[in-house]
Design a protein. Sequence first.
Length: 202
Amino acid sequence: MSFVEACEYLKLDLPKQKSNAPQRKVDLRIAPDIKSNINYDQWQARAGAFTEYANIQLHKYQHANVLDYLRKQRKLSDEVLNVFDIGYNPTHVNDTWGGIDVFLPAGIVIPVYDKQQRIHRIKIRTDSGKPKYAQPAGSVPFMFGDTRIRLGDYIILTESEIDAMSIYSYFRFAKGVSAVATGSSTHCRYGRWVGRLALGKK
């Protein structure tokens, strides 16, 4: 099933891409790297459709090698895969999101949401391994697992999203433990994320 076919299957009415469409203001304290020429609402609509497509590919079409890697090698439970909306893109995709061209390589799709279920970043663990990880243009720094942080939790900080999910699989979403991933060795220094981590148990 292609990306377009998946959109038709899901009956998604995606907005048309117009470079002169009005742009929603984005809080640059949250998304400091966002480019001013992106219509972010349209970008997020496309990102959501792509995530649904990737989810269908992984769970309906049962890509056995990918599921074996996630379940057996990385020890991720099906509950974790579902909670974090993990999917798989079986082929390279070129598309336009919010007025900019994006390239989506084949690989494991990891979306990063905020509390309003809006996608701010998509990370893809590429099948080719070159590079190991990629993300479409327009993705902005956003801490994976941020929405699951609770006041007084023990918070485990990782760089890799898959490592954070492995922790949730091990603890089975036990109360009192949260795991987050910055996706970078430098993103954890953003003031917003430091503030979120400060909610954890001292």
